[in-house]
Design a protein around this ligand. Structure first.
Ligand SMILES: Nc1ncnc2c1ncn2[C@@H]1O[C@H](COP(=O)(O)OP(=O)(O)O)[C@@H](O)[C@H]1O
Ligand SMILES: [Mg+2]
Length: 241
């Protein structure tokens, strides 16, 4: 069968299932989650704690294996790739902001931001310079030599966002990216995040309950109990269509 034009759809997930097995216990995290994200789109993913948001975005980003359903991210199913090819695919295509930031304490923050470039074979010195430039864009100019352990939670969150943006990812996935940020900083950083999706070959998925950033979203995807159960188009978007 001829595949549909992959450029029209950034993410196409159908019936995605995820079961965590720990010893004798099974937790069903996703029970048939469906989602399409269009190219150039910024979607917010909301829903109660434990409904499967982090599991779903980790699967979309190729960080976690699913147990059922289908997935295409810019025409690629990450699960069909070998582990090495998947890592390379992620480095080229995916930016991920972890809820817990996942910064490396023994590296400076500029080095942390530069990691995706270095892992792709970039020269260390120029990668760190670009890391410092990206830090400036998230309001951390002049701090590039600091260890993450010297920074506040909000500052660490901005480092994590800078690291996710550094390779100009086609798909940027953020797990609660403004939870530690004050109003003005959250707004500024989210504008950077949203700008990363505003291109025909890009898209952004943001897990957030932060209503300060709703106005940046094209659609709000509501999840409940392991499924997408409602999709909302905010008034400021529906008035244009
Ligand atoms: N590594 C794991 N092992 C076992 N259960 C997990 C794991 N990660 C998540 N879960 C469970 O899966 C469900 C969905 O979790 P999660 O995707 O983190 O939801 P959310 O991000 O919406 O809070 C929850 O019941 C959670 O406890
Ligand atoms: Mg979560």
């Amino acid at each position: 069968m001829q595949a549909r034009d992959p450029s029209s759809c950034a993410v196409r997930a159908r019936g995605v299932e995820k079961v965590y097995v720990t010893g004798d216990t099974q937790v069903v995290a996703l029970r048939g989650a469906d989602l399409e994200v269009h190219c150039g789109e910024i979607v917010m993913l909301v829903g109660p704690s434990g409904c499967g948001k982090t599991s779903f975005i980790s699967i979309i980003a190729g960080l976690l294996a699913r147990n059922g359903g289908s997935l295409e991210v810019f025409g690629q199913d990450p699960q069909r790739l070998s582990s090495e090819a998947r890592t390379a695919w992620r480095l080229r295509n995916v930016g991920f902001v972890f809820q817990q930031f996942n910064l490396i304490p023994t590296l400076s923050i500029a080095e942390n931001v530069a990691i995706p470039l270095i892992l792709q074979g970039g020269q260390r010195r120029s990668a760190v310079t670009r890391g410092a430039e990206m830090l400036e864009r998230v309001g951390l100019g002049g701090r590039e030599g600091s260890s993450p352990t010297r920074l506040s939670g909000g500052q660490q969150q901005r480092v994590a966002i800078a690291r996710a943006l550094i390779n100009a990812p086609r798909i940027l996935v953020c797990d609660e990216p403004t939870s530690a940020l004050d109003g003005a900083t959250g707004q500024r950083v989210m504008e950077l995040v949203a700008a990363a999706g505003r291109a025909p070959d890009r898209a952004v998925i943001v897990v957030s309950h932060d209503d300060r950033i709703y106005h940046l979203a094209d659609r709000i995807i509501h999840m409940d109990d392991g499924r997408v159960d409602r999709i909302e188009t905010p008034a400021h978007r529906s008035s244009h269509v």
